[in-house]
Design a protein around this ligand. Structure first.
Ligand SMILES: NC(=O)c1ccc[n+]([C@@H]2O[C@H](COP(=O)([O-])OP(=O)(O)OC[C@H]3O[C@@H](n4cnc5c(N)ncnc54)[C@H](OP(=O)(O)O)[C@@H]3O)[C@@H](O)[C@H]2O)c1
Length: 342
């Protein structure tokens, strides 16, 4: 009996300490809300923090559109995790392919009238250098460009009070850019060549892009329109993120006792997406459910506008336009011209 009491006390103490240091789990943040009339689109929800956010949002009756690489896997995983499974819908998107993103955009626009929350959460980390089918460094495209393309293309169906949350990372602070790159950012600065590539650098850069995009969107939507936030979930949270290299896997495992649980990691994102306290606010960066300043680089409004222009240029050069109808018209015209030439 003494043993059981001691064990209970130790676990209680441990949990108490963990909650004190790392804050409450996401469920706690949202527990008094009812989001039965809301629709949330989330990327990267088939695993890790995104799956936990999905579980939490469906528990408050939110309808969640899970955009994932493999909707069948997402469906099976979510079935085991989410009590309100009927609140889920599944969309296929491979963020390493702009055509796949375009298809996802089309089916979202066809099937949804309005979206209230968008959580851009998918990311990859620790990959060896690879180019996507669109000729871009994979981390840059998956973590930033494709999701930005997705977001801007569904802008017209965002509800007037919508909230957009970029899952960010404190590691965005570790990026330095030359003066030239700050004034005239070009694709080479963000989509790294093999020579300049390290997976950490590419990841950090992609997170800077996200914070800059949020800054730009805040200005774009300043007077009427959605609110936008960046949320850092926590560091060294043991998820699938470290799966691509055993060294990262070992490091994240070693850090387990000192890092947030997945439930706690989801909390800042859920807070930004749902908290009534944030009504009327926008453009802020959050960590541990508290507002803080992003890095000086990521806080540059000038760079935010340049980054937006760069993203649009890169997409346009590859034949992807923010208006999906324009894109399909152009593709159709090209196709017709090809047929005439043949
Ligand atoms: N874990 C941490 O310590 C930490 C720290 C700071 C920030 N974050 C951020 O938290 C977010 C969630 O990460 P996590 O830790 O939960 O990692 P995770 O478990 O690996 O989840 C990442 C998600 O992104 C999806 N994804 C990856 N590549 C994709 C692609 N090409 N197309 C579509 N989806 C793709 C994955 O889908 P698949 O299952 O199909 O691979 C997965 O659902 C990320 O934005 C990450 O940067 C995490």
């Amino acid at each position: 009996m003494q043993h059981i009491v001691k064990k209970f006390w130790n676990t209680y103490q441990k949990n108490l300490k963990s909650v004190k240091i790392f804050g409450p789990p996401a469920e706690e943040i949202a527990k008094d809300l009812n989001f039965g009339n809301k629709v949330c689109l989330i990327t990267g929800a088939s695993n890790g923090i995104g799956l936990e956010i999905t579980r939490c949002l469906t528990s408050i009756d939110c309808n969640v559109l899970m955009a994932s690489r493999n909707p069948y896997v997402a469906r099976n995983t979510a079935k085991n995790v989410c009590k309100n499974f009927d609140r889920l819908a599944f969309y296929e998107v491979n963020l390493a392919s702009l055509s796949s993103v375009q298809k996802c955009i089309k089916s979202l626009l066809q099937s949804q009238k309005s979206i209230d929350i968008v959580i851009l959460n998918a990311a990859t980390f620790g990959l060896p250098w690879t180019l996507t089918e669109n000729g871009l460094e994979t981390t840059f495209q998956v973590n930033f460009l494709s999701q930005y393309y997705l977001l801007l293309s569904i802008e017209k169906i965002l509800s007037p009070n919508a909230r957009v949350v970029f899952t960010s990372s404190e590691s965005h602070r570790n990026v330095e850019l030359s003066e030239g790159a700050r004034v005239f950012p070009s694709l080479d600065h963000f989509s790294l060549s093999a020579e300049r590539y390290t997976s950490i650098r590419a990841y950090n850069l992609s997170k800077v892009c996200g914070v800059l995009a949020a800054r730009y969107l805040h200005q774009r939507w300043l007077h009427a329109g959605p609110a936008v936030f960046c949320a850092h979930p926590g560091s060294f949270v043991k998820t699938g993120l470290c799966r691509n290299w055993w060294v990262f896997e070992a490091l994240y495992t070693a850090m387990l006792p000192f890092s947030k649980s997945i439930g706690q990691a989801a909390s800042t994102i859920v807070y930004c997406a749902t908290s009534p306290e944030l009504a009327g606010q926008s453009g802020f960066y959050f960590k541990d459910c508290r507002r803080c300043e992003p890095s000086e680089l990521a806080g540059s409004t000038y760079l935010a506008y340049r980054m937006h222009d760069l993203a649009c240029d890169v997409l346009r050069q590859r034949g992807f336009y923010l208006d999906v109808n324009t894109a399909s018209q152009i593709h159709e015209t090209e196709h017709e011209m090809e047929e005439q030439i043949c």
